[in-house]
Design a protein around this ligand. Structure first.
Ligand code: ATP
Length: 307
């Protein structure tokens, strides 16, 4: 796996009048699931729409499955699936008819009935598009993106506004697609979604990729982690600090409640517990808080995912 890039974006620039939405963006996505995260207005949708061939770059190059999405769209379209947020469908058509129609356009489609059941659309297959709820329309859009068994699927916020059950069904479907060798480019505002599904995460801010890596790599590269323990009040924190690596800090936050910030690895944990043993301290509660993707995101962009 993880061989040739499925998407390669180099120095992409895209402007809307005076507004530069994408500002020299570089992105390489390989096989598997790539999550694209960024605050509102960061340029995610513009980048993805350029990869889908719906927007022409003002500068830079975009290759998707090795093809130019604008000039070679005829060759690319049958190989990719795109989840449209809205539009592109006749609102008087029935959900199952639409899905069967899209399936027929492809050589090796998925089983339509199984897909309908899978996404919890069984009860509304005969309902016209306009009468579906927002969440049902969204699941139908997802089904239409994947039914043709594409090599690469673009999913723009596939679970926004879905209830927990539908969200889980969508996650399972993405995992199955991945297991089937389908690559996925997923934009999302949900950190847990990226952590759960993505092999690789690209964080976009102000039209550029500011960090990229696996969720583990990004969390490791961010700020330090925290170790907390409780013991008797008034311990000599200065003495503890001397035992710790130079770039650590230690403090008694409230009487008897201690916090160590630094590169928390097994060695540091051993240093803290052995210091406690030397000082006759039984650390009652001891916990390590791993830096989450959410923390990394906030640190890098200074913004919440949703503003
Ligand atoms: N058709 C358009 N005309 C003018 N400006 C646009 C257009 N589409 C997007 N923009 C602007 O370009 C910037 C990037 O928008 P884009 O939709 O790509 O961001 P995004 O990261 O997908 O945001 P969100 O998370 O809010 O969906 C924003 O400032 C937006 O207002």
């Amino acid at each position: 796996m993880r061989s040739e890039p499925v998407v390669q974006v180099q120095a992409l620039v895209k402007r809307y009048g005076p507004k530069t939405a994408v500002d020299g963006l570089d992105l390489v996505a390989r096989e598997g699931v790539t999550a694209v995260l960024g605050p509102n207005g960061a340029g995610k949708t513009t980048t993805v729409e350029t990869c889908e061939g719906y927007r022409k770059p003002d500068a830079g190059t975009v290759r998707v499955l090795g093809l130019d999405p604008v000039r070679e769209s005829g060759r690319l379209r049958p190989r990719i699936g795109v989840m449209l947020q809205s539009g592109g469908v006749y609102s008087g058509s029935r959900a199952d008819e639409m899905l069967r129609h899209v399936a027929k356009l492809h050589a090796h489609p998925l089983d339509v009935d199984a897909l309908i059941e899978r996404l919890g659309l069984g009860s509304c297959g005969r309902t016209t598009y306009r009468r579906l709820s927002g969440g049902q329309q969204q699941r139908l859009a997802l089904a239409m993106a994947v039914v043709g068994r594409p090599e690469l699927v673009f999913l723009d916020e596939p679970t926004a506004g879905l209830d927990p059950q539908a969200r889980r069904a969508t996650w399972d479907l993405v995992r199955d697609l991945r297991a089937d060798g389908v690559s996925v480019i997923l934009t999302t505002h949900y950190m847990d979604e990226a952590e759960q599904l993505a092999d690789d995460v690209a964080i976009i801010d102000a039209g550029r990729v500011i960090a990229q890596g696996s969720p583990e790599e990004l969390c490791k590269g961010g700020a330090e982690n925290t170790l907390r323990f409780t013991g008797r009040p008034g311990l000599d924190v200065g003495s503890l600090l001397k035992a710790l690596p130079a770039d650590s800090s230690a403090a008694e936050l409230t009487p008897g409640s201690y916090r160590v910030i630094g590169k928390i690895d097994p060695q540091l944990l051993a240093t803290v517990t052995s210091w406690c043993a030397q000082h006759g301290v039984m650390p009652e509660k001891i916990s390590v808080e791993r830096h989450s993707l959410e923390d990394v995101f906030l640190e890098l962009t200074g913004k919440e995912l949703r503003s």
